[in-house]
Write a protein that binds this ligand. Structure first.
Ligand code: 6MZ
Length: 347
């Protein structure tokens, strides 16, 4: 079986995808059309071509955070959010993804409140207007640039919505420009969320900040995202690397995101290799498939090509990812069954 086809057909699990960064050009065009039809005409002249940060782009990680405002201008009403969520889930499904934990940062817009923002995504996940077989869950994001009052407000919303929709709202996470804010300031809100039953994942080591990495690993999140600057070879220290290896915290790895934002020079020198050699759980993810013009199956293919993985090793990555989901054991068993069936049919 051709590698492209294999990576697409393999039932996959996405655990690190930001909704607004995942919008494809096709979805953004549909959203633009919705705004025109709804008579909200100021959304029609957003510069969609500036949204993508491809391989040769000169923009760095800090500059990359400016592009999200383009997507944000297209997800400001309930209807648009429902549409954005459904179309994005459909694209993941068509790419062979059977389970996704989509994440998004609630915003007050001109038209809706933060609660309405989250409720729109939950509605699209629980009662989609299109036929979706993908299992979808929501992780609520806190942006590191937020004021503390807003952080507490988002934690309250996450706790409340988790209580009402325990099977949909499964986690809380910290993201945004890693050069902004101090992790310590977010600990009280994250602890409250955790005590209410939400799982925690943190963007950790996306830039070099060994003290913060140690603080984050000490917090014992259920997963971390990126984990680039943890190994000494990539800007971490012996101490941060030992702390990660001892913690055995699974790492959500986003190859193309790291390469295109120039945190990592090329695919072959990605820290994926060190993580695997250390026996850590690695989950291949897209981060922002719209911004970085990628897909989950493409990430699997690039990983297989860059590290000369066999088909069985590639399938095993998906199986390992199933162990790291925030949902209950029955869902884990269900997706493991799908992956094993695929492996069985393939071999
Ligand atoms: C850190 C990122 C990110 O939440 O509006 N986000 N945070 N590192 C990254 N690496 C490239 N990519 C995206 O989706 C967009 C938001 O996700 C976070 C940023 O806060 C961005 O504004 P939502 O759906």
């Amino acid at each position: 079986m051709d590698l492209n086809f294999f990576c697409k057909e393999l039932p996959k699990i996405e655990l690190h995808a930001h909704l607004n960064g995942s919008l494809s050009q096709a979805t953004m065009l549909q959203l633009q059309r919705y705004y025109v039809d709804a008579g909200i005409s100021d959304k029609t002249n957003t510069f969609l071509d500036e949204f993508q940060i491809g391989a040769g782009d000169t923009r760095n990680l800090s500059e990359c955070f400016q592009v999200f405002s383009i997507a944000h201008s297209l997800t400001s009403t309930s209807e648009a959010l429902v549409m954005a969520t459904e179309l994005t889930l459909q694209e993941f499904q068509e790419d062979g993804c059977c389970y996704i934990e989509l994440r998004s940062t609630p915003r007050d817009t001109q038209y809706i409140t933060k609660k309405q923002y989250i409720d729109s995504i939950i509605r699209a996940m629980e009662k989609p207007s299109i036929n979706l077989s993908i299992i979808s869950k929501l992780i609520i994001s806190i942006n590191r640039a937020s004021q503390l009052q807003e952080v507490e407000e988002i934690a309250d919303i996450a706790i409340e919505r988790h209580k009402i929709h325990p099977d949909t709202v499964v986690g809380i996470e910290l993201s945004g420009n890693p050069a902004v804010g101090n992790f310590g300031d977010f600990i009280p809100a994250l602890n409250r969320a955790r005590q209410s039953g939400l799982k925690v994942t943190l963007h950790c080591g996306e830039v070099c900040n060994p003290e913060e990495v140690l603080e984050m690993l000490n917090f014992k999140p259920e997963r971390i995202g990126h984990g680039v600057c943890i190994h000494p070879k990539y800007g971490g220290t012996e101490e941060t690397w030992i702390a990660l290896c001892q913690s055995k915290i699974p790492v959500e790895v986003c190859l193309t995101s790291n390469v295109n934002t120039k945190i990592t020079p090329d695919y072959e020198s990605h820290h994926f290799k060190e993580l695997i050699e250390a026996g850590l759980s690695v989950v291949l993810c897209t981060d922002d498939k719209g911004v970085f013009a990628t897909s989950l199956s493409q990430e699997y293919r690039l990983c297989a090509e860059s590290f000369a993985l066999t088909r069985i090793q590639v399938a095993k990555l998906s199986l390992d990812a199933a162990q790291c989901i925030f949902s209950e054991a029955n869902i884990r068993e269900l997706i493991i069954g799908k992956i094993l069936k695929f492996m069985n049919d393939y071999t």
